[in-house]
Write a protein that binds this ligand. Structure first.
Ligand SMILES: Cc1ncc(C[n+]2csc(CCOP(=O)(O)OP(=O)(O)O)c2C)c(N)n1
Ligand SMILES: [Mg+2]
Length: 793
């Protein structure tokens, strides 16, 4: 008789999963386990080893997730769902894409080799079906939550295509990912926003890299998630164990499993077969029905029964997925065994363990794979290829159609320059956004801002007053209703364009990352702008790294920055962030001094965020009010500014000295330069608006020259060639001096690099600049001693 499983909820709510389908999925799951194991084996044992380095791969982590991922990709997911796959299950993901016809064999054969499948799923380097890059545990998981909020925003504001359906944002996560604090930061933020359409499927194998965890963790997980109003579904016993419950000694047996410490359960799983019998006989002596139970099972079937956890039981898994509530966040705690179905199962050291050649031979035999049939999608299966192909064809992922969307670009007008005799870059930033907020440009309509509780203090308040806060649930500004005077009008609506976050910089970067992926994920053009205090870039650094690695597009504003924060500063003074900006691929870092520079950079930035070969933008700004130059920038001037530097005062050709500055220290550089002109009238004053853009361009010119393009010339090379070949450069920045010291290598000129190489401290501006050596006197001293040495040497 054909059994059938009634399913409710989700896309397949009215479907019935037949025994036939279950059998097919079971076969595919076996194939996925085989292919993922073989991919890793092939990379480690079969491919030429040229460097003696370990290749690695995680067969046990893969085996743990094979059932869950097969169920998701082959049956449960819809095309509009987006999934973050736990990093170490990358081979499982690739095996599934291979079976679905979305991945070729050579990429699998090249696993962990150049151009092959990546060690960890990568949006930018793997097949286009990777929705979120994972690798740093915890980040991919949390990103799905923010992606769900972004999906809400795009849907409620008509930015998705008309016929677009909301998808579920899914994370298939390792249980140890819950050790990362950023997961809990995200959970809290999700609760504030009443996040929905979100599934976190925990591969609850109770093992991490080093450890086997306490078997009561699931209780804590349940209470964490319930606290923030998630629906929690626990998948513990598979169908065999559930059936055993009503048989001889059933309840006693399940109780024993319930209270069995994880390390013991794991050890018995690894030993297998007879080990279970001995242990049960010892622990459950005298239990009624035990003898019958044990007599009814040989060692192999007892092992199969005792390890029949629901996360490896296709029917239980499908039942749970299909009966999940249609909306609201849902967490599935799926009991699994790390290494299930392989000789690595349950061993405490199995995280990076690999089957040896003998084990692989036996495994291959047990899978019925003939020599030469290792990559055959259907070899060794009990159901014929045609039938399995038909079933694969029913998956929403079957075939080659791209799941990545495109959206038209948004026009970017030249942003107007805020007019003031004195201004800070932070103030100018606020004014530019305020003006955008007041206008009705297409650009403003597509912008979304966000900040971790520093909206007002980073000058985003004006924009928020114009555009409002986003929330699915509308709420008026109660203070305003109650006539409490405030400059801030904080109305929450579905069309609000600002996400106010709690103080968690990881969340800021995950949110920016998700907003900046709105085009490929949801077909919606969003131009995200986020603000934070610059020192706290470090707090969210890994999330920033992953955002850039995923090629998400956003503008992040670190303000205030550096020791210029002076009395307010102390530990709030950022030191290393220029180097963060310079060393982060995919992020262009700028440090303007003037409002007109900032306007030109932001205009460029909004273009760059939309360009195919573009990227994200990082503006390091300041609260220091400085006198603004009286000038109108031409287009070439703006090009110079956005390419990284221009002569504020050009040198006389062949000049022997130049002062080079970036950002808020402009007044010190200008006054020192003026004094130097008395002795060295030829001296130039170079304004660096982006150490990063200059550096990237210089490296690229050198690379092109090496490749034979003799005309390749970097912008910085052209600028510095105006000086004498042995000229002195005094560089100054309110940040680590290494951001500019490299300029000496461009034309072998002699550099003295001033900057901050110590932790900040509270003081007024004069004192703190003097203390760290970036005041006018320090610049003059540096120039004098460099010139003396130059003459002497
Ligand atoms: C942030 C971060 N720290 C450390 C690691 C190294 N690491 C990789 S996997 C892992 C343990 C993962 O355990 P779990 O999430 O339970 O995965 P599974 O058991 O399913 O393999 C660790 C510590 C990492 N990838 N990311
Ligand atoms: Mg684990």
């Amino acid at each position: 008789m054909r059994r059938s499983l009634k399913v409710v909820g989700g896309e397949n709510s009215s479907a019935e999963i037949s025994a036939h389908k279950l059998a097919c999925l079971g076969e595919l799951e076996k194939k996925v386990l085989w292919l993922s194991s073989w991919m890793i084996h092939n990379a480690n044992y079969m491919r030429e080893d040229r460097d003696g380095l370990k290749v690695g791969g995680h067969q046990a982590s893969c085996a743990s997730a094979a059932t869950l991922l097969t169920a998701l990709y082959m049956d449960v997911l819809n095309v509009e769902d987006r999934i973050a796959v736990k990093p170490h299950a990358s081979p499982v993901f690739h095996a599934l894409m291979y079976l679905l016809g979305r991945q070729d064999r050579s990429t699998m054969e090249q696993f962990r080799g150049l151009g092959g499948a990546q060690s960890y799923p990568s949006r930018t380097k793997d097949t286009r079906d990777v929705d979120f890059s994972t690798g740093s545990v915890g980040l991919g998981v949390a990103e799905t939550l923010f992606a769900s909020l972004v999906q809400d925003y795009t849907r409620l504001n008509g930015l998705m295509g008309e016929d677009a359906r909301p998808g579920r944002m899914v994370a298939l996560m390792g249980d140890a990912e819950l050790d990362e604090g950023n997961v809990f930061e995200a959970l809290l933020e999700g609760w504030k926003y009443d996040v929905g359409n979100l599934w976190w499927v925990i591969d609850y194998n109770r093992q991490s890299l080093d450890g086997v965890i306490n078997h009561m963790l699931f209780q804590k997980i349940q209470s964490f998630f319930s606290t923030v109003d998630w629906h929690v579904v626990t998948l513990k016993y598979g169908k065999k164990l559930e059936a055993a419950r009503s048989g001889p000694a059933g309840e006693v047996l399940l109780d024993w499993i319930d209270t069995c410490p994880n390390d013991l359960y794991s050890a018995l799983t690894f030993k297998g077969e007879g080990a279970w019998r001995d242990r049960l006989l010892g622990d459950l002596t005298g239990a009624s029905g035990l003898k019958t139970l044990l007599d009814d099972h040989d060692d192999a079937s007892l092992h199969a029964l005792m390890t029949n956890l629901a996360g490896h039981d296709m029917e239980s898994v499908l039942e749970a997925f299909h009966s999940a509530p249609p909306d609201g966040p849902c967490c599935f705690v799926a009991y699994t065994i790390k290494g299930y179905g392989t000789p690595l199962a349950g061993h405490k050291d199995n995280h990076a363990g690999l089957m040896n050649e003998a084990q692989m031979t036996a495994f291959k035999q047990s899978m019925g794979i003939p020599d030469g049939g290792e990559w055959d999608p259907f070899a060794g299966l009990d159901i014929d290829a045609a039938t399995l192909r038909d079933l694969i064809g029913e998956s929403a992922y079957s075939g080659a159609a791209s799941r990545r969307h495109h959206a038209p670009k948004v026009d970017v007008p030249d942003l107007s320059v805020p007019q003031a005799e004195k201004a800070s870059t932070q103030q100018a930033f606020g004014q530019i956004l305020n003006d955008l907020g007041r206008g009705d440009s297409d650009l403003a309509a597509h912008m979304v801002t966000t900040s971790p509780d520093v909206t007002v203090s980073t000058n985003l308040g004006g924009w928020v007053n114009q555009r409002g806060l986003f929330n699915r649930h509308e709420r008026t500004d109660v203070f305003r209703q109650e006539n409490v005077a405030s400059v801030q009008r904080w109305t929450r609506t579905q069309s609000g364009q600002h996400f106010e976050l709690g103080i968690a910089e990881n969340n800021l970067f995950l949110m920016l990352s998700a907003l900046g992926l709105a085009e490929p994920l949801f077909g919606a053009r969003i131009l995200p702008v986020g603000t934070l205090y610059d020192p706290f870039v470090n707090r969210g650094l890994d999330a920033l790294f992953y955002a850039c690695y995923q090629d998400s597009r956003f503008m992040v504003v670190g303000t205030p920055s550096g020791v210029t924060l002076a009395p307010e500063g102390g530990a709030h003074q950022s030191v290393n962030t220029p180097l963060v900006g310079m060393s982060m691929p995919g992020l262009s870092y700028f440090e303007p001094a003037y409002a007109d520079e900032l306007a030109a950079i932001m205009t460029w930035g909004f273009h760059h965020m939309q360009a195919q070969d573009g990227g994200s933008v990082y503006l390091r700004l300041s609260t220091r009010n400085i006198a603004q130059p009286d000038r109108m920038l031409s287009s070439p001037d703006k090009d110079s500014i956005t390419s990284g530097a221009y002569w504020l005062v050009p040198p006389t050709p062949g000049a022997e000295l130049a002062i080079v500055y970036a950002g808020a220290v402009a007044p010190e550089a200008i006054s020192a330069h003026q004094k130097l002109l008395e002795d060295i009238p030829s001296a130039g004053l170079l304004a660096v608006t982006s150490p990063d853009r200059l550096h990237v361009d210089w490296l690229s010119a050198k690379r092109r020259r090496r490749q034979g393009d003799r005309r390749a010339h970097g912008r910085v090379e052209s600028l510095l060639e105006e000086l004498a070949p042995n000229a002195v450069l005094i560089t100054v920045i309110d940040g680590h001096p290494a951001a500019l010291s490299w300029l000496g290598a461009v034309s072998s000129q002699k550099v003295t690099a001033l900057g901050v190489d110590q932790f900040g401290q509270s003081a007024d501006l004069d004192d703190v600049y003097r203390a760290v050596g970036i005041d006018e006197a320090s610049i003059l001293d540096a120039a004098a001693s460099a010139c003396l040495t130059r003459i002497g040497g």
